[in-house]
Design a protein around this ligand. Sequence first.
Ligand code: E4P
Length: 214
Amino acid sequence: MKLFLDTANFDEIREVASWGVLDGVTTNPSLCSKETVSFEDNIRRICALTPGPVSAECVSLKADEIVPEARALAGLAPNVAVKIPVGLEGLKATKTLAGEGVAVNMTLVFSAGQALLAAKAGARFVSPFIGRLDDISEDGMALVEEIVEIFGNYRIETEVIVASVRHPRHVIEAARLGADIATVPFAVMGKLVRHPLTDIGIERFLADWRKVKT
Ligand code: E4P
């Protein structure tokens, strides 16, 4: 499974890239609003650092406005994937953009029907938001299971990005279900590597080793 970082913060991306585990990045308007550098410059420098796709989101709502906005975003770097919220206007825009070879990440997906239509319109990625479903007492991971099953049934090539990840178990469950990608906040990425027994184990080994040396 590929791991994307869900952030627009350059320092976080540089740090995770240095761990050798970064496959891509997703941003959204809320994440970008926290950064001081201009949106376009930030996307360009994130793309230069990131080996895989970097999602940059369109804010237009009508297909005839989404399409030129998406083309401009795609022109920022070869590895930009344009994020478009799912909906009728988004589907129309995705159809046009996919025909031009633009990678579309259809976002704010909360049902399998939305994911299926996004794939049929030509989206390269779909992003079910599991944490936000869990937040309202629905089962986000059940949605991932449905989408993975449907895409598997028909060998649909659209990749499933498990988004709105809140904790390491979300990442593990996504991997068990065969999702293509999890996009993970920086704090959760750090939690994936830590385990108290690892820390205790290192302390004990070092304490024993000090005895050998004296
Ligand atoms: C995904 O691409 C989104 O940027 C993100 O996962 C949204 O997560 P949130 O629900 O924590 O805002």
